[in-house]
Design a protein around this ligand. Structure first.
Ligand SMILES: Cc1cc2nc3c(=O)[nH]c(=O)nc-3n(C[C@H](O)[C@H](O)[C@H](O)COP(=O)(O)O)c2cc1C
Length: 422
């Protein structure tokens, strides 16, 4: 079992959302405003519905923190649903209001029908309330805490949107030969995306994306898209190659696929690698262990390889439509239109922020598996030990091992010493 567990609870229109994070080290300083800032980033985005204007998410801490520092005990966060006031009767924990009508028509593309059959719900609200992406606010709050832990080790996380419907923008450039320039490229795109209403770094594409959203709204339709998420300054050796469920790429795949509406996930070059020869896919290894490209997206053999982690996720269009599709009333059996609720027309920019949170979850779990989590100080000792080992490996190159630690005597310095990599 991994050392990090995250459990969210709460319905979309209930009193609020809770999340328990178990496995945080003791001694981590938490900045509450930073959690609220991440929550507000998730609420933004051109194409969001009216609810996002109503809610202004703010976090409360209910356990696990004393004088601003983690205790190593479960950290509980709570985010109130401001929208609860207008749904209080429909969401009452104890008493059903007489005459309150049930939702009996499922929306195609949402959890309504599958959830109702699975749990034998007569009122589809029960499925919709929990399957709603409102739950991702709790994940974003947890991610905001975990990012503060990762920041202690220099890890940074960002994202940008590269497609909304038919409007596309360039993705992260994985082909730049210099690794520092490559990382700078990622930082630039992520920071430009912060100023964009669709989280897109490309202004021309942003205008086309807005048009696609406007068009969908006018037609009572919805649109999906693609976002990319990156983590940089990630150390070597997170994840595992020994078992399928230790692989970092598998964990990233599952975490990003768990975002409501996400239908495909790629790492690095992703699906495009299937159509290219190996020489155009694999990343040349430089003597300093940097890479001449990052088409692998920072993971090889299920383990981080010191390069930025690059994940790309595609999201389907929002299922709640202004001009609804045909469906069936489960009570009467009659053909009818799906219900129209207040909804987003496009939530790809918000999903990108949730993707950052999921990246933080996966990387923190891998950090904790690698370096423990009794205390931040002990984690740093483990982390520093690995860093020192790598430094030793590097210094063992043309100047180190061969001279000091007895590479075979008399071997010319330009001949590769395979012992270095064993
Ligand atoms: C941030 C975010 C906001 C969303 N907003 C809505 C919404 O307002 N209305 C809606 O029907 N679906 C919304 N969705 C999408 C649904 O949650 C999603 O399509 C649904 O859960 C079914 O997707 P699945 O089949 O991938 O689980 C949103 C998703 C995300 C990530």
């Amino acid at each position: 079992m991994s050392g990090l567990r995250i459990l969210t609870a709460g319905e979309s229109h209930g009193p609020g959302l809770s999340v328990i994070i178990e496995g945080l080290p003791a001694g981590l300083s938490i900045d509450r405003q930073e959690i609220d800032r991440q929550l507000q980033r998730r609420q933004k985005g051109y194409g969001r519905g009216k609810r996002m204007k109503l809610e202004r998410d703010e976090v409360q801490v209910l356990s696990g923190l004393r004088f601003g520092k983690t205790l190593g005990s479960p950290l509980t966060l709570f985010i109130a649903n401001r929208d609860n006031a207008s749904h209080a009767a429909a969401m009452d924990a104890w008493k059903a209001e007489p005459g309150l009508s049930s939702v009996t028509v499922p929306r195609p593309g949402h959890a309504d029908l599958a959830g109702a059959v699975k749990h034998r719900y007569a009122d589809l609200r029960n499925a919709a309330e929990r399957a709603s992406a409102r739950e991702t606010a709790a994940r974003t709050a947890a991610g905001a805490v975990l990012r503060q832990l990762l920041a202690e080790f220099g890890v940074r996380i960002g994202s940008h949107v590269i497609r909304i419907h038919d409007a596309g923008a360039p993705g992260f450039d994985l082909q730049i030969a210099d690794s520092q320039d490559r990382t700078r490229g990622i930082e630039t795109l992520c920071s430009r995306a912060e100023d964009s209403c669709v989280r897109c770094a490309d202004q021309a594409a942003e205008a086309a994306m807005r048009k696609a959203i406007d068009r969908a709204l006018e037609q009572g339709d919805s649109v999906g898209g693609i976002f990319e998420s990156a983590a940089w300054n990630v150390p070597f050796g997170l994840g595992g190659m020994m078992h399928w469920d230790r692989r970092l790429d598998a964990a990233l795949g599952a975490a990003f696929m768990s975002i409501p509406g996400v239908k495909s996930v790629e790492i690095g070059m992703g699906a495009a690698s299937a159509a290219c020869p190996g020489s155009k896919v694999h990343d040349i290894i430089e003597p300093d262990l940097n890479r001449r490209s990052n088409r692998a997206g920072g993971v090889e053999g299920g383990v981080s390889n010191g390069q930025p982690i690059i994940v790309r996720a595609a999201m389907k269009p929002i299922p709640t439509l202004g001009s609804p599709l045909d469906s069936v009333d489960l009570q009467s059996g009659d053909k009818t239109k799906a219900p129209v609720f207040r909804a987003d027309t496009c939530a790809v920019p918000a999903a990108a922020v949730v993707g950052e949170a999921m990246m933080a979850v996966v990387l923190t779990r891998a950090f904790i598996d690698a370096f423990g989590s009794d205390s931040l100080e002990a984690m740093k000792e483990g982390y520093d030990a690995r860093k020192q080992w790598i430094e030793k490996l590097l210094s063992a190159g043309s100047h180190g091992v061969r001279k000091d630690h007895g590479g075979p005597k008399g071997r010319p310095n330009d001949e590769p010493d395979l012992h270095r990599y064993r």
